[in-house]
Ligand binder design. Structure first.
Ligand code: CMP
Length: 139
């Protein structure tokens, strides 16, 4: 995968509140092209594997429970400097610290239920995209 790609999830809180359309609109209006997308629900096993890097953290159980409680929208996005630009668009992990206009400022309610995921490196973007999508589902 090109380094001009990143991986995102619209998390269960934002899906429950009906924010899928508004979030996708902001993403595409910010210059990202959607090259893969699906609505899906992670199993406990999926979420434990996806977030394995956090398994020793005190919030791991809460994180897995939250991410499996309903559907998510997973997508691969393409743009020059995608990983960094998308992290800027989503804002700080804690929405209380997120800049005005960022997705987390607009749509998130807490550090745990923070509406949108964005990969933190090109390497993780590739790993996370392959976790959710088969090669033939990425365009
Ligand atoms: P994200 O950065 O997408 O991936 C890791 C997630 O762990 C993060 O979003 C939050 O949803 C969650 N997280 C991080 N810190 C905390 C915390 N202190 N309490 C609860 N959840 C957290």
């Amino acid at each position: 995968m090109s380094t001009n790609r990143t991986f995102t999830m619209i998390k269960p809180d934002a899906v429950e509140k009906g924010h899928i359309g508004a979030i996708l609109d902001k993403i595409t209006a910010s210059g990202f092209k959607i090259v893969a997308m699906k609505m899906t629900q992670m199993s406990l096993r999926d979420a434990s594997e996806f977030y394995a890097v956090h398994k020793e953290r005190p919030f791991f159980g809460e994180l897995v429970s939250f991410m499996t409680r309903g559907p998510i929208v997973a997508a691969v996005l393409e743009k020059e400097n995608a990983v960094e630009d998308f992290r800027t668009l989503i804002g700080s992990t804690n929405p209380a610290q997120a800049a005005e206009g960022t997705l987390r400022k607009l749509f998130a309610t807490s550090v745990g239920e923070n509406a949108v995921h964005g990969s933190d490196s090109d390497e993780n973007a590739e790993i996370e995209s392959q976790f959710h999508f088969a090669g033939r589902e990425i365009f």
